[in-house]
Design a protein around this ligand. Structure first.
Ligand SMILES: [Fe+2]
Length: 257
């Protein structure tokens, strides 16, 4: 079979720019990723961390200091060294997980609408399990990042996506999927109910004000956000939806009383 040109052991930036995604085989040592997975699963079992409520797959792991070691990992530095003229930062890391209980598909979306800062950003999805079409592995729509930010956040219509090619890369432990934050992506149901775990490291120019961790290079501008990001809006679409939902709940209560 012809070798897929978006898979290699080193990032090809021309192909990444063209497709909005790239797959790295054996980017991290399997034994090291086994350790990250064990630490994560143990913390989850001990209820030190929990799946985010109202999110299909996210588990926040900020309080697990062990995971911060990933930012010092030479294998990660090696992957990101040619982004942003060698000044690469990160604003968050998290786990996205499916298993035998949480096996639902994730709707087609782009991440840009949920993020803060510039649109020139990427996610590095490190496979902590074997992730593929059978356990709900990530599916990407090549080159759709070129449409840019779509002006809202939510489900991209299947009347549109059916006209586009989609790919579900077959990943093994230690393999990496890099995606541009504007790339359309989704994931299917976890059919075989085996764990599907990615460690997501979100990267950006180290000079962006929201940078929390430096992976390589420097933040020369040293501009920090002088306000609480989560409190920036006094009124927003999300806040209005929450208000409407609460109002509906109150009205329902009144009707049943
Ligand atoms: Fe996403």
């Amino acid at each position: 079979m012809k070798k897929k040109y978006y898979i290699n052991s080193k990032v090809n930036h021309n192909i990444l720019n063209e497709l909005g995604f790239f797959v790295l085989k054996n980017a991290f040592k399997k034994e090291e990723m086994d350790k990250y997975r064990s630490k994560f699963l143990l913390s989850l079992a001990k209820k030190k961390i929990n799946k985010t409520t109202n999110h299909l797959v996210e588990v926040k792991i900020d309080q697990l200091s062990f995971f911060k070691n990933i930012y010092k990992d030479h294998q990660l530095k090696n992957i990101v060294k040619n982004f942003y003229n060698g000044n690469v930062g990160s604003d968050f890391y998290r786990i996205v997980k499916k298993d035998k209980i949480n096996k639902s598909p994730v709707f087609c979306h782009q991440d840009s609408g949920y993020q803060f800062g510039s649109f020139d950003r990427y996610s590095i999805f490190i496979s902590l399990t074997n992730n593929n079409a059978l356990n709900g592995g990530m599916v990407v729509y090549p080159s759709t990042h070129k449409f840019g930010y779509l002006g809202d956040a939510g489900t991209i219509s299947d009347k549109i996506t059916k006209n586009f090619k989609k790919i579900c890369p077959d990943l093994e432990i230690g393999d990496v999927l890099i995606t541009h934050s504007s790339l359309w992506h989704e994931s299917g149901k976890n059919f075989n109910m085996k764990d599907r775990i990615y460690l997501e490291i979100h990267i950006q120019d180290a000079n962006e004000p929201s940078t929390k961790f430096i992976i390589i290079g420097k933040n020369k501008k040293k501009i920090k956000i002088p306000f609480d990001k989560s409190k920036i809006f006094s009124n927003s679409r999300t806040q209005r939806i929450v208000r409407f939902k609460n109002k509906i709940k109150q009205l329902e209560k009144k009707l049943t009383n």
